[in-house]
Design a protein around this ligand. Structure first.
Ligand SMILES: O=C(O)CCC(=O)C(=O)O
Ligand SMILES: [Fe+2]
Length: 216
């Protein structure tokens, strides 16, 4: 086999986790600094907060948003809102590096022309988890979900179309991206309790960015 020294690519191969779902290991490696700087800027304007579920419980994960719409939850329900209820201001704009990498990842997974209008930021400290759920608050389910992992590793719980379906555990590391759409769009998923640790760039936390097309 002939190796071309000028086109070596150290990024591991994508891993199929469903007919329309792909794990892209290390997809973000070259952008980690830029991404973390952009996150800091967003959080300065739209700080982390713990939302309340419609049932009155506090989510353990801390969240924020950027983009035209932000995912929000309180006693009135789960929904997308154009202003941050905490500040009354519009959510910070989607940084260009977010859009470019989310679109590039979507394209790798076969979703050309992904136009995210919402990015939910999730911050997990050790001990924090996210229970099994479907992402179904978006108007157009033909657009995929694109999810970036940064900081501490986590186990992605990748289920089926029923809550009771068997769950696969997939290790997500700093720089990994998962894309799911098409027939996998409504699969149940979650995050197991994050273990303690110290990430060189992000310290004792895992930050997830979830890109969606919320409105048509
Ligand atoms: O943190 C993750 O990787 C998943 C987040 C998620 O599923 C969500 O915010 O809906
Ligand atoms: Fe989700």
């Amino acid at each position: 086999m002939q190796h071309d020294l000028f086109t070596t690519n150290d990024a591991p191969e994508p891993i199929s986790i469903g007919a329309d779902a792909l794990l892209l290991p290390q997809f973000l490696s070259a952008y980690e600094q830029q991404l973390v700087r952009a996150i800091d800027t967003i959080i300065a304007r739209a700080p982390w907060r713990q939302l309340t579920t419609p049932g009155g419980r506090k989510l353990s994960v801390r969240t924020s948003n950027c983009g035209k719409y932000g995912w929000y939850s309180d006693r009135a329900g789960y929904r997308y809102v154009a202003c941050d209820p905490l500040t009354g201001q519009a959510w910070p704009q989607l940084p260009q590096v977010f859009v470019e990498q989310a679109q590039a990842a979507a394209e790798e997974a076969g979703f050309a022309d992904f136009q995210p209008d919402a990015c939910l930021l999730n911050c997990y400290q050790p001990g924090v988890k996210m229970g099994l759920h479907q992402d179904c608050d978006e108007e157009d389910l033909s657009a995929p979900i694109v999810s970036f992992s940064l900081g501490l590793p986590a186990q992605f719980l990748w289920g089926g179309w029923q809550r009771s379906d068997k769950v696969q555990r997939i290790r997500l590391q700093h720089g990994d991206v998962v894309v799911w759409g098409g027939e996998d769009r409504l699969r149940f998923h979650g995050i197991a309790k994050v273990a303690g640790g110290n990430h060189p760039l992000l310290g004792g936390q895992r930050i997830n960015l979830t890109f969606r097309q919320a409105k048509r």
